[in-house]
Structures are given as C-alpha cells and as structure tokens.
Ligand binder design. Sequence first.
Ligand code: GLN
Ligand code: ZN
Length: 748
Amino acid sequence: MLQVLAYGLPRLGEKRQYKTLLERYWNGKISESELYTGMEALEKERLDTYKAYVDHYPCGELSLYDPMLDLAVAVGLIPRRFQPYRGLTTYFQMSRGAQALEMTKWFNTNYHYLVPEWEDQPLRSDPTFFQQALATAQKLGHPTALLSLIGPYTFLALSKKDGMPLEASSLETAAEALLPVYKGLLQALQQSGAKGFLLHEPAFVLEDPPVPLIGYLYHQLAEYPIYILTYYESVDFYPRFVELPVKGVGLDFVSSEGNKKAFFQYGFPEDKVLIAGIIDGRNIWCADLLQKAKEAETLAQRVGTLWLAPSAPLSLLPLTKAPETKMPRAVWERLSFAREKLEELRLLAGYLRGEEAAKAAAEASAALWLKGPLAIHPPTQARLQALREEDFQRPLPYAARAPLQQERLKLPLFPTTTIGSFPQTEDLRALRKAYREGKVSKEAYEAQIRAKIAEVIAYQEKLGLDVLVHGEFERSDMVEFFAEKLEGFAITEHGWVLSYGSRVYRTPIIYGDVWRPAPMTVAEITYAQSLTSKPVKGMLTGPVTLLNWSYAPPHKSREKVAYEIALAIQDEVRDLEAAGIRVIQIDEPAFREGAPLKRRDWPDYFRWAVRAFRLAARAQPTTQIHSHMCYSEFESILPYIWEMDFDVISIEASRSKGTLVQEFRRFPQWDRPIGLGVYDIHSPAIPSEESILKVIEAARAVLPDALIWVNPDCGLKTRRWEEVTSALTHMVSAAQKARASVTTPPNA
Ligand code: GLN
Ligand code: ZN
C-alpha cells in the first residue's frame, strides 16, 4: 500500500499571522481568548493545506512557542522558579521571561529550541495542550487523529541538568522518571481520540546513541500506536531501529546514503510502515520526480506499507513560492517551498499510481533538472580551475607577519575594539525602509549613512577605543547585505522562516555561480577611515557563513560554492587593501554550525571550510586579518580555528569562559591574539569594570599578555546607545588598568 505523510508545515502562516498574533498578545493588544481564536484560524489554514495534498498529517504542531517546551509542560518538567504552573502566563515566562529556559540551536539548523531543565522535580502529565489540539482538529473537520510529539529519547538527549547535558547515569534516572508520565500522556491522549503518535526522534541520528536505553524506552511504550520520525541524517543502528516495537519508522533518504545502504542490506520488517523521507525537506529546490519515482518504486517492492514523506519537517522552509513574483523566472520555476513540497509528494504518489496528470508533471520536473546548473559564469569557473595550493596560504607565516602589522598599527597591550555593528535605532530602520521603497533618493540615503558613520567614529575616538569600526548602519543583516550585492544569490520577498518564538528571518538562495560584480563595502569603510588616524576595520562576512546561512544550489558541492564565495570576498579584501585599509575582519559566526551532525564527518567539512576562509583572507602580510565567531561551542574545534591562519580572532565567551580557558590549556600551540568577549550583548546587563577585568585575568592565566584583546561578545546592533556607552566605557578603563598593572613595576 502506498500513501503520503507530511509533517512540520510551517506554523508562521501565509500572512505571518503566527507572529502577529503572538506579538499582539505579548503587547497586551489581544486577550488570551483572541489569541486562541486566531490560532484556531491558523490551524484551519494549515490542516486544510495538508488535506489538499496528502493522506496523513498530524495535529499538535501549532506550538505557541516551541515543541520542546510543549512536551516539557505536558510531562510537568517545570523548574521550581516557574511553579506553580499557571497556564499561558507561565508558559511565556518559561519561554521569554527574565529567567527563561536556555535557548539553543536545534541540531544543525537555524531554529532554536528551549532546553528542558531537570531539577529532579516530581513529574505529572498535563495533556491539556495536545487535547486541545485534537479537539480543534476534530472541530475543524479534520479527524486526523495523528498527534505530533517530541519523542522521549530526543527530549532526554536535549535536556540539561545544572546547565550540562545529562550524562549516561543521570540519563537513565531521568528516563525512569519520564517513562510513567510519558505513558500517562499517551494514554490520556488516546482516550481523547488520538489514533496514532508521530514521535520526533532526530537524536537517533547522532553518533553513538545509547541503543539499549532507546530499546528499553520503546518497549515500555509498545502498547501505543507509535510512528517514529528520524531526520537530518542516517541512523547508525538501523537493524535495531527498525525492530523497535512500533507501527512505523521514518528514515531520511535524502541527507546521506547511510539509510539507503542499510535498507537494502538488512531489509525491512513486513509488519511495519516505512515512512520514506524522499522529498528533500531542508532545501528549497524542486525534485526530479522521475528519479524520485524510481527510488520510491524500489522501496515499495520491499515493504508492505510505504508512506512517502519529506526527509525532514517542512518547518524550516518558507511556506510557499507563490508570492515571489520578483524572482528571476528560471530560478522561480525550480523553487519548491513547503507547500510545493506537499504538491511534489502528491504528484509522486500520483505518478506511482499511474495518474496521467502526475506523469506530465514528473516529466516536466525531470526536464528542469536536465537543463543543468543556472547562471554559469565562465570567468569564475576559470578562476576556480586555476587555483593552486599557494592560493590558500598567506605569503608569510604568522610569526613573520605579526611584527610587520604591529609596526604599521602601533597598538597598545590589550587593544580594545568592537565587533562591528552599533545600535540600529528605529530612525535608521525607517531610513533603510524608505530607501528600499524608493521614497528616499540614493544620494540622500548615502548622505545620512555617512553622517551616522561620522558620528560613530567620533564616538569611538572619544571613548578611547584602539581599533575602530564604521558601525554597519547600511546593513540590516550580515548575510543579506552581501547576498544582495553578489551575483548568483537571490533574495525572497516573503520567504520568512521561524528562528524561535515569533522571530523570523529570510534565507538567501544561492542559485548560480557566485561572483562579485563591484566593490561592496569600500565606499563606507574608506569614508570612515578618512575621518580618523586610528585603524578602521574593513568588515566582511566570511564565505562559510555566507554559505551556511543560505540555501545552497543543487548540482554543486558545498565545497565548491564556498570557494566561489571566497574568491568574491578575496576581491573585496584586495580592494580594501588598495584603498589603504590596514585591518580587515572576516566574520564567521556560522563556521561551527555548518559542521555535520556526526563527528566522523567533521574532518572533511573543516578541511574545506578552513580552506575557504584562507582563500578569502589571502591578504598582504601587512594587513591584519581578524575573524569573529559566536553562537558556538568552541570546545574541540580550536585546532580547526587555528588552521584558519587569521591574525586575530574575537569570540563570544560570556557563557563559556571557564571551559574555553581549559581548551587553550589543551591546545598549547595556540599563538594568535584572541579577544574573549567581555560584554554579553544578548543581555541588557552592563558589565562592570571589575567583571571585565576578571575575563582579562582569566585569559591571562592561559595566554601571554601579548595575545589578549578586549572586546564585546558580538555586534552591538540590538543594544541601546546608553547601554553601549556605559559598557564600552568600562571596557576601555578595564583595559587601561590591565595595561597599567603590566607596565608599572610593582614598587614604582
Ligand atoms: N560584524 C557583525 C556585527 O557586528 C557580526 C555579527 C555576528 O557575528 N553575528 O553585527
Ligand atoms: Zn557575533
């Protein structure tokens, strides 16, 4: 039997109603019951969409903040500081209050989930949210009866206790505590009409999962009708996975070859449903449906019941390409956002059932693929071909570059700098918007940006910072800004995706060869530099981050795309150097996040990621190249970072100072200046001079003084000017004190 299952349809809604509803509720503009009414209308839109295309789809996906939080609440994992739990008020305190749960990245995606906290609190199941979801679905005429929930293992694997992931023994204790409550939850939901449970277990694809524990969990839940979804990678314990006592298992057949190989090697149990993740749920390109049909047929021959499905939840795709009228036609026709993925699944099933219309559509999709890559740029291809090993090397080693740079820059000990952006105030956003809409002329816009630059240069000189920045006032987003200027990139108008809560972003699309038609940053930077004798940093986004925060093109390896982008950035580096810029920062905040989920795949990723950075940063020995990283766990990647061969790096450290210092102990080769963030820019709290001195002292415990810079964790664009002024004042005075403590002999 062949059917189609879809899940993860974006909750944002066609008109971004989700965002509007939540924000209006938070701002007191609508009541709780208006929020629910609005959400019900949104759920209707979602369920109706599903129904138009596929056979099976779940309810329970319309979380009011985050599905991990929904499960935490449903099993009563409520930290003491939020007890007693009082409905929505507490729910939003847990998600966005002053003492909210920690938020972190969901696997290797750009979505952030709330981290459940184990405090050994007594658990108690509270099925309210999911019961309401079932009731709403029934009321709306969707007796779907499949309920979407985070699976027990993934929930445990992503939880923390005392700020640390649960270790083997505490994982088992927590599992014992969770099981009866999780069971109680499923039981209550079954009584409320749930006929099946779609349990998300992406943590199954991580390396070395505790298979016996997973087996134990699912044997305990064997009496319930469960379908397990895994995605983002292959499952290393395939034979034991498919034997779990459940009704169906979902495998991702797109992200890697592992599942396919295992499927053909070990076969598939006859009595189970294979949920075949065959349509790419993570990228935005349409499928070659003829090819997919062949694949599906070979699967169908070997299983009793086959459900075609997306390879991953559709939630990280924009909803539909329909309104993207400004997209180049050739790109547009190849796009497939969430709704188009549903259509592809429907067509695929139709094709396999021999429907004529589906046949024509499948052939058309295959024809698109035959056309090959879009927007080939022969000069770029020629440059790539001509690359030789020395193109990935700076002309002199660091030890020889450093004195040349110091001679040119004459920096004091513990130099102070910032990461690039300064507060982006309402008036600035209004100005950029008016300019985009053609309401402000280019000349007027540029004049206003120049005025802002002049102000921020004077401001930094007055504060006494050593290496200045131009403030990034012309940029709304560090990726979109470059994506707009580079060939080969397209920007959607409405392609919003949830990042967390109600926060949305638009991911640029790389569709062709990437190259730089004209300088992108030189005018603003050289203007800033003309106003001061202190060095102003050229400010660029690095190739790995530009790639990782965009949709990558089909037909091409990510490595190759990274090198194309790197060459474009290298062109910009050259132009900045030629214009007299002495320091250039190439930001790579997404360097770590692009790493594959399985550690064994790391060496290959970091090999090319490091090379892409080096290609972009191949500057004159006298140019000081900085890089910046944040949002990262730097643990275990220091050796890779070191290989990037920059001259200085600044990193976020406010949350991981202790461990970072340990890392340096474990990597004694480290010889580069580093600025550990001394100001947590994610928090409105202003660091005192003392707390800054503490970070400097912590760094001095493991690194020579000459290697220590002083800077905030990240850009300041989300902070207010008053906060920034106080924080930077403390930062400069702390650096001065640190200097004095070194240069003044003890008895002077
Ligand atoms: N230069 C950027 C800024 O200051 C860096 C942002 C980031 O790392 N996320 O805003
Ligand atoms: Zn940053």
